[in-house]
Design a protein around this ligand. Structure first.
Ligand code: AGP
Length: 617
């Protein structure tokens, strides 16, 4: 939710700020803006709002009239308070215009602060909570504080989680960044004669690999040649820069029309990356060096809870099934936003596995904090390095698929599923539940997964045809049983998210309990029915839909002819080990949603009202 970028150096700031915003656009794109400081004279602000191309329109405006100045801050917005309009876009000016800020997060006590500031004569020009921070910083400066102290003091008055970058004409070569709680990260990059700050390292990588992650409760005061970090109250903190191993080309779209298409196509490689040096084909052993539990620790676990949101929740559901199946540990998955508020029973024998590709999802982080404070063993499966999830967890399992830019999660899900299956195998082995033969069989099945994923991807033509058909419908039903239930949920989520078609993912056993009433020719059913133990049950569901006049699109495995005789359309996927069949079944559903979105003339990379990283609850 919202992307932040800041620059202080010896080059014109505006083009660099726009470059940063382009790389952060996936975090929110309903509005975009920059503030450039022209020495101690003035802060020039340019903003654009509306649609999903605000960054492009801002870039065009800056091309026409480039504000002079070598210091600036920038923001892409995902609206939380106030409609999508230029006055609500960031940066926001503080009282008298001598301060500008960009903000990510929610100021929970903004109504109270706004009333107080208004009473004191501060004029509000936007409907946002963020503007409160601008005025608080300005008030602190008017009271004699320097910019860093002003930001620190302002943040101490704010309730909620926030990431802020500020600049002021009083200190014209400086930007100040601060973090409070988990509202998205702040990464500082040290380049030659310049410093930059960004919500995500991806925006720094074209300039530098030398980075420092700001912690919650810290303030960074940055000039072109110096970065000093303190706590909010000004107490000095050691500033540690590290070298990132990531590369800038991770964000390039290459020959693909959309990032989502590229990320779907990358899955044979990303699935491979998730198991590289973790699965030894020669010995048939599965290793997961990051998961270095002792057998005693593994045996002490008496249940496991997997938490996540959206697609990550679906990956979590798959992980919980794998763990229960292999390690025989009672396991279930739960929506992190529910888990965090319902006072769950947790103790040191509970394994909590958080799934979050971004490592920044607010609800998932809050649920992790609860698990950590309850003494649970806390594992996180993440894509993004150095993020808050990795700092909260006892064990971090990188899913290693590379940065995903498309808002719809695809390769992060499948890489996470592989990673969690390795964890399940390791725990099973440590607890004595996995024989060497069974482990070797799993290793072999894993090794065939990249090729099978590639085969599933090649079968795109029937999917494109079907996608054209689906543009005519407003409702879709996705059905699955057992391990295919999360697949049905994920297929429906993808369709809703990028094609804006109402779609429900259901456990097929629920049909008779209400959902059958919806069946008609106007709502096709997508039945996930591979040749597994649940196949016959799915055949019954498909028959029920057909006998009520519904259209059925079956996803089944190669060689089946039962679904072929029953369903209106069949999408075949290669047959795999039971544990990995869900991963293969997801591939045609990702492609179906993608091509439906394209056929409807939408941009699947930037669905309306959504953002890649949800740093507010
Ligand atoms: C899925 O396509 C979405 N982008 C969304 O559901 C996402 O999976 C969810 O917001 C969780 O994100 P995370 O993995 O970064 O925690």
């Amino acid at each position: 939710m919202c992307g932040i970028f800041g620059y202080t150096g010896h080059n014109p700031a505006a083009p660099l700020l726009i470059g940063g915003l382009k790389l952060l656009e996936y975090r929110g794109y309903d509005s975009a803006g920059i503030a450039v400081l022209n020495g101690s004279k003035e802060i020039s602000i340019t903003r654009r709002a509306g649609g999903t191309d605000s960054v492009a329109r801002l870039a065009a405006a800056i091309d026409e009239l480039t504000p002079a100045g070598k210091v600036g801050i920038a923001h892409t917005r995902w609206a939380t308070h106030g409609e999508v309009a230029e006055r609500n876009a960031h940066p926001h000016r503080g009282h008298s215009g001598s301060v500008a800020i960009v903000h990510n997060g929610i100021v929970e006590n903004y109504l109270h602060l706004k009333a107080e500031l208004k009473e004191a004569g501060y004029k509000f020009l936007s409907d946002t909570d963020s503007e409160v921070i601008a005025h608080l910083v300005a008030r602190e400066i008017d009271r004699g504080a320097n910019l860093a102290a002003a930001v620190g003091n302002a943040m101490r008055q704010v309730e909620g989680a926030a990431a802020v970058v500020a600049t002021s004409v009083a200190e014209p070569d400086k930007i100040v960044a601060a973090r409070l709680g988990n509202a998205g990260g702040i990464v500082i990059g040290a380049a030659d004669g310049a410093y930059m700050v960004a919500s995500d390292i991806i925006a720094l990588l074209p300039h530098t690999n030398t980075v420092c992650y700001l912690e919650s409760g810290q303030v960074a005061s940055i000039t072109p040649d110096r970065c000093e970090i303190t706590q909010l109250d000004g107490k000095a903190v050691k500033t540690v820069f590290v070298t990132s191993t990531r590369s800038a080309d991770m964000a390039a779209r290459g020959r693909f029309p959309h990032f989502m298409a590229k990320e779907i196509a990358e899955q044979p490689e990303s699935v491979t990356a998730a198991m590289r040096q973790r699965v030894d084909l020669a010995t048939g052993r599965i290793a997961l060096p990051e998961f270095n539990l002792t057998p005693e620790q593994a045996l002490a676990i008496n249940r496991a809870v997997f938490i996540g949101m959206g697609t990550s929740l679906h990956a979590a559901m798959n992980g919980a099934s794998a763990l229960e199946a292999l390690a025989r540990i009672p396991a279930y998955a739960e929506n992190a936003s529910e888990f965090r508020y319902r006072n769950p029973v947790l103790d040191s024998h509970t394994l909590v596995v958080s799934v979050t590709q971004s490592g920044e999802t607010a609800d998932t982080l809050a649920a992790m904090e609860l698990a950590r404070d309850s003494g649970c063993l806390l594992v996180t499966a993440v894509e993004a390095e150095g993020t808050q999830a990795t700092r909260l967890a006892n064990v971090t399992l990188p899913v290693r698929c590379g940065q995903e830019i498309g808002v719809a999660a695809t390769k992060t899900m499948t890489a996470t599923m592989v990673t969690l299956s390795l964890m399940a195998a390791r725990l099973a082995s440590l607890r004595g539940n996995l024989s060497e033969q069974a482990e070797a069989k799993l290793a072999k099945a894993l090794s065939s997964l990249p090729a099978l994923t590639g085969i599933a991807l090649e079968r795109v033509e029937p999917i494109k045809k079907l996608a054209d058909d689906l543009t005519a419908y407003s409702h879709l039903l996705y059905l699955g049983r057992g391990a295919q239930f999360p697949v049905a949920m994920e297929g429906a989520l993808k369709m809703k998210e990028i094609a804006y078609i109402h779609a429900e993912g259901y456990a097929a056993g629920e049909m008779k309990h209400g959902v059958n009433a919806l069946i008609s020719k106007d709502m096709p059913t997508i039945a996930i029915a591979p040749r597994d133990a649940m196949f016959d049950k799915m055949v019954s569901n498909v028959n029920e839909v057909k006998s009520r006049g519904g259209r059925v699109i079956a996803v089944t495995t190669d060689g089946d002819d039962v679904m072929k005789s029953l369903a209106d359309d069949v999408l075949y996927v290669p047959l795999a080990h039971t544990l990995f069949q869900p991963l293969l079944n997801i591939i045609p559903l990702q492609m179906l949603a993608y091509h439906t979105s394209v056929a409807l003339g939408m941009n699947p990379d930037k669905p309306r009202n959504l953002a890649k990283t949800v740093t507010v609850e």
